[in-house]
Design a binder for this molecule. Sequence first.
Ligand SMILES: Cc1cc2nc3c(=O)[nH]c(=O)nc-3n(C[C@H](O)[C@H](O)[C@H](O)COP(=O)(O)OP(=O)(O)OC[C@H]3O[C@@H](n4cnc5c(N)ncnc54)[C@H](O)[C@@H]3O)c2cc1C
Ligand code: FES
Length: 286
Amino acid sequence: MRAIMAHDKGYLAPHEAKIIKIRELTDTTKLFELKFVEEHLNPLFRNDPGQFVELSVYGIGEVPISITSPPTKRGSFELGIRNVGNVTNAMHKLKKGDIVGIRGPFGNHFPVEEYKGKDLLFVTGGLGYLPLRSAFRFALHNRDDYGKIYILYGDRCPADVLFPEENEEYEKREDIVFLSTVDRDDEMCWGGNIGVVTSLFPAIADKLDPKNTVAMICGPPIMYKFVNIELEKLGLDSDHIFLSLERKMKCGVGKCCHCGIGDKFVCLDGPVFTLRQIRTLPEALM
Ligand SMILES: Cc1cc2nc3c(=O)[nH]c(=O)nc-3n(C[C@H](O)[C@H](O)[C@H](O)COP(=O)(O)OP(=O)(O)OC[C@H]3O[C@@H](n4cnc5c(N)ncnc54)[C@H](O)[C@@H]3O)c2cc1C
Ligand code: FES
């Protein structure tokens, strides 16, 4: 964030934020819209795509959560949260009007603004959709600044698919290519492509100009392994492939050493790295 910086209270101590809207995205994932209680902070808060906040559920604990709304959304921000343990479970029990703590935003970002004029390829899997949504919605809100835009999204099954109504809108648009797939369709309700996200690559391979394309990827480490192979086969430069890493974090600001890989802290130097950088970091994709 440009406003709540190191000298600000929100760097190490949380600012209070109120939950103003809650929406169920799937059985396990909810979308929370939040606003700072101190009104003057709301117009100041600005995230870059792919940044995260440290979210405190008072009395329970603090967890890193990506901001899923794009920087173009002002006055409030959105967090998509999957219920997996102590803090996320407690968050899922909160109601509209309840207060949580927010520090940040922290970390670097997907360089969408820096690559104006280029073609953009977004590849995402599972919960990785949430941070990448901030990046591709920013690009879509500034559509004229970019060449071709491709979004490839894979998830485990139809019930896990995030933001289906937004995805339907993307599918209908003629100025972008949005393709989605599921690994399996046990309920036989999908009607689209079945297979992992790399099974979507043949549909765009002929259209993509590797010299003019920047790829931004967010998903599980296993997905990175196979997506990187496809991108390099297509001829993308490893400096033009950006991936977001997830590590267990505590402080979010380079103080506690919980998120170290090699000589980097994921919270401070990342979470977004180029493929070239990642190749020099031991165990980055584990
Ligand atoms: C930069 C960053 C951005 C994130 N963005 C989001 C997001 O937008 N939405 C979202 O739902 N989650 C996100 N996460 C993951 C989220 O922080 C964890 O799910 C959360 O910390 C779990 O805390 P808990 O107290 O609910 O679970 P715990 O009780 O601590 O743990 C429950 C289970 O989850 C596992 N777990 C805990 N932390 C992580 C982790 N960081 N990665 C993988 N498994 C973990 C534990 O090993 C355990 O099996 C992000 C993590 C990072 C590092
Ligand atoms: S989370 Fe503390 S150093 Fe990164």
